[in-house]
Design a protein around this ligand. Structure first.
Ligand SMILES: NC(=O)C1=CN([C@@H]2O[C@H](COP(=O)(O)OP(=O)(O)OC[C@H]3O[C@@H](n4cnc5c(N)ncnc54)[C@H](OP(=O)(O)O)[C@@H]3O)[C@@H](O)[C@H]2O)C=CC1
Ligand SMILES: O=CC(=O)O
Length: 289
């Protein structure tokens, strides 16, 4: 199976590498073209524009930073729309809002192509290990044809119905994750400032009902003030912002998420946007200084 892949950031690189390792023929494109080199060393082909990738491949996956990147790759010059046509499928796995997905769906299907959104839950390591959770929606037949690729990329693929449902589900999951990360950060800082060991707090949390892979995975490095980016903080803040907009649309009051969003914004203003989202703990430390 030949697959195109647009966007080789933290996630796209790991995902396209997995496809290559599992026997897929992969043609890649990235805005910063030099990031394609490592994939080419592992057997990928490279194109100079998204349009060229679409022309070459029956199926193309995108993994881009945010709504503006997802729209630009489709609608701008040399973009996806220039070559999408009947018989081709476009699978956008970026985390965006439903409105963005719907715009892309309308444009792709208007040209006779097929579209699904497929945002993923799971970070850099699950992407490297093919253990993502895929939240797909849109053209059902395209979803079924994508299963061989999804089975390489993830441990479970959900089909959620009409376009927009995948985006909404992903934003809800990440809103919960961002709120949890803030409560966790406050607890670690409070333990430390109360004269307690924040490492002991991790041990206690791990033994009880609140044990979870995120606290276990991120806690030890947070206690060392180390935040190598797996999920960049700027993307988590984007997800909080988009989830809050979904709350506005549905008149759902979300004061916890709103406070968490403020902390991520504060962290961005401190220049921490490119670090892991666990660096939000620095905003908690900052606010009490
Ligand atoms: N990292 C994670 O743990 C997870 C991330 N996600 C989501 O996946 C998506 C990708 O995340 P991640 O890989 O971490 O992000 P990165 O910031 O590492 O990569 C972003 C990618 O988008 C490209 N890009 C940004 N702006 C544009 C633009 N205007 N035009 C074309 N390409 C553009 C970048 O290109 P360039 O290299 O040129 O900058 C790069 O390929 C995001 O939506 C994120 O929310 C979902 C689950 C987990
Ligand atoms: O979107 C981020 C994740 O870890 O999932």
């Amino acid at each position: 199976m030949e697959v195109g892949f647009l966007g080789l950031g933290i996630m796209g690189k790991a995902m396209s590498m997995n496809l290559l390792k599992n026997g897929f023929k992969v043609t890649v494109w990235n805005r910063t073209l030099s990031k394609c080199d490592e994939l080419v060393e592992h057997g990928a082909s490279v194109c100079e524009t998204p349009a060229e990738v679409i022309k070459k491949c029956k199926y193309t996956i995108a993994m881009l930073s945010d709504p503006s990147a997802a729209l630009s790759v489709v609608f701008d010059k040399d973009g996806v729309l220039e070559q999408i046509c009947e018989g081709k499928g476009y699978i956008d796995m970026s985390t965006v809002d439903a409105e963005t997905s719907l715009k892309i769906n309308e444009a792709i299907t208007g040209k006779g192509g097929r579209f699904i959104e497929g945002p993923v839950s799971g970070s850099k390591k699950p992407a490297e290990d093919g253990q993502l959770i895929i939240l797909a929606a849109g053209d059902k037949a395209l979803f079924e044809e994508s299963i061989p690729a999804f089975n390489v990329l993830g441990k479970k693929s959900f089909y959620l119905g009409q376009v927009g449902n995948g985006a909404k589900m992903k934003l809800i999951v990440n809103m919960i994750m961002g709120s949890m990360m803030n409560a966790f950060s406050e607890g670690l800082v409070l333990a430390d400032k109360s004269g307690l060991s924040s490492d002991t707090l991790l041990d206690i949390l791990d033994l009880g009902a609140m044990t979870n892979p995120m606290f276990k995975g991120k806690g030890p490095s947070m206690n060392k003030s180390s935040y190598p980016p797996a999920f960049p903080l700027k993307h988590q803040q984007k997800d909080m912002r988009l989830a809050l907009a979904l709350g506005d649309e549905n008149a759902v009051s979300m004061p916890v998420a709103a406070a968490a969003n403020e902390a991520f914004k504060k962290a961005r203003s401190l220049g921490l946007g490119d670090l892991d989202f666990s660096a939000v703990i620095e905003a908690v430390k900052f606010s009490r200084e």
